[in-house]
Design a protein around this ligand. Structure first.
Ligand code: GLU
Length: 502
């Protein structure tokens, strides 16, 4: 029988969530939903030294923002909990014991000082095949001494005993046949002195316990795969081993290496999904959300980093992604991150968004920027008029502020040099023509008719009119702006501006 699809996103709560992490979550999510499977969030917090308070809540909130809430998680217990590894601590030791009993692992009693001394002596020191017999462990010490050390509760770690001269081979659904030489892999620690498992033991034990069917994770974990595969084998679970899918790296814009948080800081774009404040230093790292990305656009652009559906289509909703996603179309090669392209996606999503959908975020931004109140129906109309001009939701602050407050300053340089008494007279007359209920086209016709009687050209008057209403040389069609502002507000703005222009 086909195994039921159960996938997991397994972040360590060590800080902000990198967009590569979100893409891993996304591919897990898409695969689960496509197959009617289960998307699990498992928090891998066995490394207490790297644990950061608030990181788990932050990760949960990022997933929620992206619209991919887990089916099972620490917040939503299912049948396979607990979903935090620290809370599963008691379950791991039995596997370390089993591996030792079967000769696949051993106790190592070397103290941190002894290991440091070795590393000083041999800068490339690796605890493994060529060195393990010179160390203090259950392979080198007599059995009774090992017993005595254990009885005295001498601190120890458990290490995997990497076999000699073996090829560990497996199928990666993206890369095909992959093979590792065991001579090149060291004897990784499985259980630490504090009784906590390391990532390697915990990940295998939990993927088994949680009946995970497919492991989608970043390519950076590929070198760990041989250790995990050997553990699946040594623990006697090989028949139940999940399928492996190592996702291509997300690269720096120039393609030189993995995209890091530091690249974002250096090049001026976010790398985290949402704002992250380091609880120790108080340092704030910007996120896509707060910069003004729509979650739909963020998900869309992430999906396209290393995947396409084989056509030219670039804009996908989550539902379309769920339908069209396929592992076969994930590329092996790393995907370069291009922030301009990311903004292009967001622009596309904003342009086509229903005003009502994005209005709450924009309203919030406008209120934060100092507007006293924002009326909902009016805001919807404003959004429809200016959304073509916004790449980020935060662009709405400048692009729509003048709909709510009359300009505080004018781009006089654009008007003054060519200003004439005749133009002033035209606008005085135009104020009398204004009335509510006209469409933008009708208002434009009135405007043009009046230019004829004033012996002026519409082209000379449009820019001053815009500056009167907006303050600067930007915005949608000036007659659309005037109609939305209404006759009385438009007249007020003309009157006020004339004082500054004349
Ligand atoms: N805890 C690992 C991480 O932080 C998970 C790697 C895996 O999916 O196996 O990414």
């Amino acid at each position: 029988m086909e195994k039921k699809v159960r996938v997991r996103f397994a972040p360590s709560p060590t800080g902000g969530l990198h967009l590569g992490g979100v893409r891993t979550a996304l591919f897990n999510y898409l695969f689960a939903k496509q197959h009617g499977g289960t998307f699990v969030l498992r928090v891998e917090d066995t490394d207490q030294t790297r644990f950061v308070a608030g990181a788990e809540e932050y990760i949960v909130s990022c997933l929620e923002w992206c619209g991919m809430s887990p089916d099972e998680s620490p917040q939503k217990e299912g049948a396979f909990g607990p979903y935090r590894q620290s809370e599963r601590k008691a379950s791991y030791k039995q596997y370390a014991d089993q591996l030792i009993a079967d000769g696949y692992a051993y106790y190592a009693f070397d103290t941190p000082e002894e290991l440091d001394a070795k590393r000083k002596e041999f800068p490339n020191f690796l605890y493994g095949q060529s060195t393990r017999m010179q160390m203090r462990n259950s392979l080198t010490l007599p059995a009774d001494e090992v017993e005595a050390l254990l009885e005295k509760r001498t601190p120890f770690v458990v290490r995997i005993k990497m076999p000699e001269n073996e090829q560990v081979s497996f199928i990666d659904l993206i890369r095909g046949h992959v093979s590792f030489d065991t001579n090149l892999v060291d004897d990784k620690v499985l259980l630490k002195a504090d009784g906590m498992p390391t990532y390697h033991l915990a990940v295998v034990a939990d993927d088994k316990a949680m009946e995970i069917s497919h492991i989608f994770r970043g390519e950076e974990w590929l070198p760990s795969a041989p250790i995990h595969i050997l553990l699946w084998r040594y623990l006697g679970w090989e028949d139940e081993m999940p399928q492996w899918v190592h996702l291509p790296l997300i690269l720096k814009p120039d393609g030189n290496g993995k995209l890091s948080k530091r690249d974002g800081d250096r090049l001026g774009f976010p790398v985290y999904a949402q704002n992250w404040t380091d609880p120790k230093t108080g340092d704030l790292t910007a996120g896509f959300k707060e910069l003004g990305f729509m979650p739909e656009a963020f998900v869309n652009l992430l999906a396209m980093l290393g995947w396409n559906d084989g056509t030219d289509q670039e804009i996908f909703t989550m539902d379309e992604l769920i339908e069209k996603f396929s592992v076969e179309r994930i590329s092996k090669a790393g995907a370069k991150f291009d922030f301009e392209k990311a903004k292009w996606y967001n622009h596309e999503w904003i342009k086509h968004a229903e005003a009502k959908k994005i209005a709450p975020v924009i309203k919030n931004e406008l209120l934060k920027s100092g507007l006293a109140s924002v009326e909902d129906l009016y805001l919807d109309k404003v959004i429809d008029l200016v959304k073509d001009r916004c790449h980020l939701l935060t662009d709405f602050i400048t692009q729509s502020r003048y709909f709510f407050v009359s300009p505080e300053t004018y781009d006089l340089a654009a008007v003054k040099p060519k200003w004439t008494v005749e133009k002033g007279a035209f606008f005085e007359a135009f104020m009398a023509v204004l009335k509510d209920g006209l469409s933008a086209v009708e208002l434009e016709e009135e405007f043009k008719a009046l230019t004829v009687t004033h012996n002026l050209k519409p082209g000379e008057l449009m820019l001053p009119f815009r500056i009167m209403l907006v303050g600067g040389k930007f915005g949608p069609g000036v007659f659309d702006i005037a109609v939305l502002l209404g006759a009385s507000e438009t007249a007020d703005r003309i009157r006020k501006a004339l004082l500054a222009f004349n």
